[in-house]
Design a protein around this ligand. Structure first.
Ligand code: CAA
Length: 257
């Protein structure tokens, strides 16, 4: 597929996806969604790829859903077509995705970053859910994921006032895993993704699935889910190899089986 609003590159086992609508600060329209879904489906299906990075520009990861696309819409079209439901497919990507955020991650941009498995932030990153200023609300999961990530007080304040969080506050609040200098952001994200891509593939899928279950279940059910996946990994050749390699003081060689 030829992409017009994103750039997709393979760096070894890492798929690097760069949002590329600079004229609109990477605002997320229907074409961006379609292209991202196609890129993520290709990434998931490609056995040579182990982890993805989604990034934007130095000024904006993404400044939101495309306001100009939504401006003339009414309730019937939005509800009738379940507008934004396509983003749920992005979250069903099975392999890990890192968001590398510099500049603005606002509205749908913040929501896209939170749909990724974790966020690496440049020191220039700014996160916000300013939809209330447009007389609407988050619609791509932001109210739910932000509240789970930073707790009710900060999520409520951000959604009700549209206030932005800078990178330092986002790290303190637990929204981002780490802050890196802006000019090292993509390089550091690709390096982190390469570390993940070098792990045994089934173990990576299982680890992602079980951490996500923490957001979907109560503690006892989540712990049970973790244990069953853990048991299941003992059916893989890579488990035998991984533990033998540790005992023999050498690096494991994975087959993905
Ligand atoms: N949708 C469409 N176009 C956008 C956009 C968006 N979300 N954000 C920026 N743009 C466009 C601007 O209209 C402008 O285009 P023109 O040159 O054609 O006028 C261009 O990008 C550059 O933007 P600015 O001139 O505004 O740049 P700035 O540096 O002065 O300001 C900004 C940057 C503070 C991020 C400002 O652009 C802004 O406030 N953007 C909107 C942020 C926002 O409200 N996001 C939420 C959108 S709704 C949503 O996301 C719903 C949801 O739940 C998913």
């Amino acid at each position: 597929m030829t992409y017009e609003t994103i750039i997709v590159e393979q760096r070894g086992a890492v798929t690097l996806v760069t949002l590329n609508r600079p004229q609109a600060l990477n605002a997320l329209n229907g074409q961006v969604l379609d292209e991202l879904l196609a890129a993520m489906a290709a990434f998931d299906a490609d056995a040579s790829q182990g982890c993805a990075v989604v990034t934007g520009s130095a000024k904006a990861f993404a400044a939101g859903a495309d306001i100009k696309e939504m401006q003339a819409q009414g309730f019937a079209a939005m509800y009738g077509h379940d507008f934004f439901a396509g983003w749920d497919r992005f979250t069903r990507t099975r392999k890990p995705i890192i968001a590398a955020v510099a500049g603005y991650a606002l509205g749908g941009g913040c929501e896209l970053a939170m749909m990724c498995d974790f966020i690496l932030a440049a020191d220039t990153a700014k996160f916000g859910q300013p939809e209330v200023k447009l007389a609407v609300s988050p619609g791509m999961g932001g109210s739910q994921r932000l509240a789970r990530a930073v707790g009710k007080a900060k999520a409520m304040e951000m959604c009700l006032t549209g206030r932005m969080m800078d990178a330092a506050e986002a790290e303190r609040a637990g929204l981002v895993s780490r802050i890196v200098p802006a000019d090292e952001l993509v390089e550091e994200a690709v390096k982190t993704a390469a570390t993940i891509a070098a792990m045994a593939p089934l173990a990576v899928l299982a680890n992602k699935e079980m951490v996500n279950m923490a957001f979907e279940s109560g503690l006892a059910a989540g712990v049970q889910f973790e244990r069953r996946l853990f048991h299941g990994l003992f059916g893989s050749a890579d488990q035998s190899e991984g533990m033998a390699a540790f005992v023999e003081k050498r690096a494991g060689v994975w087959t993905g089986k």
